[in-house]
Write a protein that binds this ligand. Structure first.
Ligand code: NVA
Length: 347
């Protein structure tokens, strides 16, 4: 039976990949990184370039270890990537780049149904990141999962718009998207069109998934990286939204009949002066383990209270350096198998 079998963001999790902070490096020479950084000052707040200090890595690994232990207590199968250390730049035909790190499987791999997709990421430094998951992907393939890779993007300089701030930082020249631009809700898939995912990426995903699925491009929702600090699908009929980005005017039309709860202001916290690779809204980057159970940043007490009011229990944990590394509990995981089947939640 395929080890990859997942249809939405909320059914009970059976198997999950959890990333690692080992060998974390900020790829400041990466054209994609630079251009998105330039387009989103609030996102990359005084981020220190280069290798991250060992303390940040060790403390993150410690936080991840606690998280993994909680998952294993719930009998969830956890897999981890094999981190590759960046020593030298690599080259393609057109450019050279540093190698990034495998903290966020959510960005580079997308699991939908029995298929796992290597996505065509926006950063050059992530070109070979799925190599760190090769053994896991091989196991999935051997179990019957469909393992495919999007066409490798060329990521030429002209893909990145660094001249017209009124337009997206990412041009629509070839399919490019991070998997974290996507949310799954049965036959319906939300796709954020933004600096980390273009229209051609959306089209490629629709073609790859076929007629069983409807991929909905979401425009004017959030211009920067990833959808999972903007909308969280909590269970059928219930979504959490970021009020600084989503209103009734730009709510994806599909959600108009769902109950919408508005996230409270996020609680700020600081464990280093190394800057941020995400806004404070990373606090709403929660992971649903079941329709009534979420892993949430433990600092976010107002959010925890709100979820509990909705009948969702929480496991409060921390990623002290999540903002510096650019990932909360949804980002640093990839749920590949959940109980449940393919359904239609919007008809
Ligand atoms: N770019 C998002 C974080 C995505 C993980 C934000 O800063 O809100």
């Amino acid at each position: 039976m395929s080890l990859v079998n997942v249809h939405n963001e909320w059914d009970p999790v059976e198997e999950i990949i959890v990333g690692t902070a080992l060998h974390a490096v900020m790829p400041h020479e990466d054209k994609g990184f630079q251009v998105i950084q330039q387009a989103s000052h609030d996102l990359f707040d005084s981020l220190v370039p280069g290798a991250l200090p060992q303390r940040i890595i060790d403390e993150t690994e410690e936080d991840i270890q606690h998280f993994v232990e909680e998952l294993e207590k719930l009998h969830i199968q956890v897999r981890r990537p094999k981190a590759i250390e960046f020593k030298e730049k690599f080259k393609t035909l057109d450019w050279e780049a540093e190698h990034y790190f495998s903290y966020c499987p959510r960005d580079i791999l997308l699991a939908v149904g029995g298929t796992i997709i290597e996505t065509p990421n926006v950063f050059r430094s992530r070109y070979f990141e799925t190599f760190e998951y090769k053994d896991i992907l091989l196991d999935y393939m051997k179990s019957g999962s469909r393992w495919i890779s999007a066409p490798k993007p060329r990521l030429l300089d002209e893909l990145y718009n660094d001249s017209d701030p009124s337009q997206s930082a990412l041009r629509n020249l070839e399919p490019v998207f991070d998997a974290a631009n996507v949310l799954r809700a049965g036959r319906d898939i939300f796709y954020l069109v933004s600096d980390s995912g273009n229209e051609l990426g959306c089209q490629w995903l629709q073609n790859a998934l076929g007629e069983e699925y409807r991929v909905h491009p979401c425009h004017n929702l959030y211009s920067s990286m990833h959808i999972d600090t903007t909308i969280c699908l909590l269970r059928p009929g219930l979504a959490l939204i970021n009020p600084s980005r989503v209103s009734k005017d730009n709510l994806p039309p599909l959600l108009k009949d769902w109950d919408i709860v508005t996230a409270p202001d996020m609680v700020e916290f600081k464990y280093s002066d190394l800057g941020s690779f995400s806004t404070a809204w990373l606090g709403m980057n929660l992971l649903m383990l079941a329709p009534n159970l979420a892993v949430v940043d433990k600092h976010q007490l107002p959010l925890i209270k709100l979820l509990e009011k909705q009948g969702i229990e929480t496991i409060p944990l921390m990623l002290r350096h999540g903002r510096t590394l650019g990932g909360g509990f949804h980002c640093i995981t990839l749920d590949v198998r959940r109980k449940g089947k393919l359904e239609d939640y919007f008809s």
